[in-house]
Design a binder for this molecule. Structure first.
Ligand SMILES: Nc1nc2c(ncn2[C@@H]2O[C@H](COP(=O)(O)OP(=O)(O)OP(=O)(O)O)[C@@H](O)[C@H]2O)c(=O)[nH]1
Ligand SMILES: [Mg+2]
Length: 318
């Protein structure tokens, strides 16, 4: 429901939010095929051994319908099917009104509120959406691999900046040292507000090598945040961005409700033909906004009645 933003999902999120805030959110990003899923799986296994409950959100917006990754994640789910301490959710919702980052954050809130100790989010680091997703995690892990033509230089600058921890996966291949050197070189130029020097961890995810090191790197960073009193600061900073995004979504939804596609196309045509100026138009739109904030009903398919029923029950039990 939250993923599709169907009717009742806002109520659900409002009720769940007070129960969230206990899980640690780990964000993983890296080029396609870098080994994100393998790594997350291995790390999840590691945490399961320490009796931590896990939620995994695999975001794969690049292949909304036939994505191999989604299929792969289905198979992963079967692997862990019998383990109630492990929950995996694949999402492919590019183009959804409200943005991928927001939807992912909301789904993470649900898992968090469900009492998971850790929520791991993995996403291909190609677009702004993906950067936004992992940037909002408590710990952001960027996965690089030797070779593959994607030298560190060519990795999006935005991705380099958000890394709290670098993983050089596929370290069984030649060139891991070179990648490490390149990261160090770039690091000497970057200035972080929290003065943290991102750790570099080498792994061979497919063989389970380096996973313990990665787990220690994660907990070291968390300890650093706590010690320096930065955890709350980081969270406030994240919320500043999230609130702006939520406001933008809410305004857009409201305007969309009141204006509709047809009028929107007509306005665009009028501006394109210079029959009116866009600045006055914006003022008119904002000035014309009425009513109180409310949830936009979305098409929900056949299960609508059932879903509403479930929400009601959930809220009542609460
Ligand atoms: N040689 C080697 N292969 C690895 C390693 N880790 C993962 N692989 C392999 O790399 C391939 C891609 O791994 P995935 O975990 O699916 O990578 P991903 O980043 O999740 O891929 P997408 O979700 O498609 O972007 C798989 O065939 C893995 O078995 C490693 O450390 N060394
Ligand atoms: Mg994957």
């Amino acid at each position: 429901m939250v993923e599709n933003r169907t009717l009742g999902s806002s109520e659900l999120l409002k009720a769940l939010f007070p129960h969230s805030g206990h899980a640690r959110i780990l964000g993983f990003t890296g080029a396609p095929g870098a080994g994100k899923s393998t790594l997350v799986d291995q790390l999840a296994k590691h945490y399961r051994k320490h009796n931590k409950s896990i939620g995994i959100i695999a975001v794969d917006p690049s292949s909304p319908y036939t994505g191999g990754a989604i299929l792969g994640d289905r198979i992963r789910m079967q692997d862990h099917f019998a383990d109630a301490g492990m929950y995996i959710r694949s999402m492919a919702t590019r183009g959804s009104l409200g943005g991928l980052a927001r939807t992912t954050a909301d789904v993470a809130t649900v898992l968090d509120a469900s009492g998971r100790d850790l929520v791991m989010i993995e996403t291909v680091g190609v677009g702004q959406d993906e950067v936004d997703i992992v940037r909002l995690a408590d710990v952001t892990i960027v996965i690089l691999v030797p070779g593959m033509g994607d030298d560190v230089q060519s990795i999006k600058a935005g991705i380099m900046e958000i890394a709290d921890i670098f993983v050089i996966n596929k370290s069984d291949r030649d060139g891991a040292e070179r990648v490490e050197k390149e990261i160090r070189a770039l690091q000497s130029l970057a200035i972080r507000h929290d003065n943290w020097t991102p750790t570099i961890v080498k792994t061979v995810a497919s063989e389970g090598k380096g996973i313990e090191d990665l787990a220690s790197a994660i907990s070291n960073y968390e300890t650093y945040l706590q010690k320096e009193n930065l955890a709350l600061k980081r969270s406030i900073h994240n919320w500043q961005e999230r609130l702006v995004e939520m406001l933008r979504d809410a305004l857009l939804e409201r305007v969309h409700e009141q204006i509709g596609d047809e009028a929107w196309a007509r306005y665009a045509a009028e501006v394109a033909e210079h029959k009116r100026d866009p600045y006055t138009l914006m003022e008119e739109i904002l000035g014309g906004m009425t009513g109180t904030a409310r949830e936009t009903p979305r098409p929900v398919g056949e299960n609508k009645g059932l879903r509403d029923d479930i929400t009601e029950k959930l809220l009542r039990t609460k």
